[in-house]
Ligand binder design. Structure first.
Ligand code: NAD
Length: 294
């Protein structure tokens, strides 16, 4: 397919490379020129704006940090909607507020561009392997047209419901991941302070009921004191803020998300916003005056 791809960061760059490897024709754009050059050396055409990246393509993919970036790239001057042809499909794979997905989709529809929101879970390793979990919201007809394209980037591609539902599923995912990391951190620091080896605790519980993908991915990292991002604390703050805003509009209580976002903000204030979200354990270590790492 002819694809415009906008946003070549930690996630977008390997995702775009996988589309190229699968034989799709890509035109790429990012405000970061070195990312664009890297994709050009892998065989992509380059564009000088979001408008140019959108023009002449059947599908336009965006993989940007948050709601304001998507609004600017799609609705702003020189944006996607100035270049996109009627009948093209905009697939926003960024994790943004579900309400903003609806707002952008309404603006796109006025120009006969159909939008799907299709955020992902799995982080950089799965973006590289093409094994992301992709959660999609939007019309089924458009979903069917891009399902195989998304399948190049993901191991699972699920149509969750109408526009915004992909991001609603992603917010649910982010609440569960944050709660898992917080639970793991609380438990391992408590063990350390009690004089019990946290690594042995991890080995003892990992095949019991507390077993989880999060525990298996993050415990070895935090036990080594390795907080090199994968997924940055500041991006998780963004997702939890989107969850809190959505919950507030729907009058749903979110005590766990509220507590965890406060811990993450404290770490951000300590200059650790760019650490991996597994670095949340440092909040507990600071206040317990005990370290889980060996
Ligand atoms: P990133 O910050 O590494 O990449 C974002 C890219 O967008 C950057 O290269 C930036 O230059 C570009 N950009 C920003 N504004 C732009 C604009 N107006 N026009 C063109 N390019 C622009 O972020 P990332 O880690 O790749 O994450 C992207 C999205 O995926 C986020 O919503 C994030 O929450 C989500 N996500 C990330 C991970 C992860 O592990 N990193 C995992 C799942 C989902």
């Amino acid at each position: 397919m002819k694809v415009g791809f906008i946003g070549l960061g930690i996630m977008g760059r390997p995702m775009a490379k996988n589309l190229l490897k699968a034989g799709h024709e890509l035109t790429v754009y990012d405000i970061n020129e070195s990312a664009v050059k890297d994709l050009a050396s892998s065989g992509a055409r380059t564009a000088g704006s979001c408008k140019e990246a959108a023009a002449g393509n059947e599908v336009i993919v965006t993989m940007l940090p948050n709601s304001p970036h998507v609004k600017e790239a799609v609705l702003g001057p020189g944006g996607v909607l100035e270049g996109a042809e009627a009948g093209s499909i905009l697939v926003d794979m960024s994790s943004i507020a579900p309400l903003v997905s609806k707002e952008v989709a309404e603006a796109a529809a006025k120009q006969s561009v159909v939008m799907l929101d299709a955020p992902v879970s799995g982080g950089e390793p799965k973006a590289i392997d093409g094994t992301l979990a992709i959660m999609v919201g939007g019309p089924e007809e458009a979903f069917e047209q891009v399902k195989d394209l998304l399948g190049v980037m993901g191991a699972s591609v699920t149509l969750v419901g109408e526009i915004g539902s992909g991001n609603m599923a992603k917010l649910a995912n982010q609440i569960m991941v944050a709660s898992n990391i917080a639970g793991m951190s609380e438990a391992l620091v408590l063990a350390a302070k009690a004089g019990v080896n946290p690594e042995t605790v991890f080995k003892a519980v990992r095949s019991g009921l507390a077993q989880s993908t999060v525990l298996d991915a993050k415990a070895p990292m935090v036990l080594e004191g390795n907080f090199k991002a994968g997924f940055r604390i500041e991006l998780h703050i963004k997702d939890l803020q989107n969850a809190l805003d959505t919950a507030s509009e729907l009058s749903v209580p979110t005590p766990m998300s509220s507590s965890i976002i406060d811990m993450m903000k404290e770490l951000q204030g300590d200059g650790k916003g760019a650490d991996d979200h597994g670095g949340l354990i440092q909040y507990y270590e600071k206040w317990a005056k005990a370290q889980a790492r060996s």
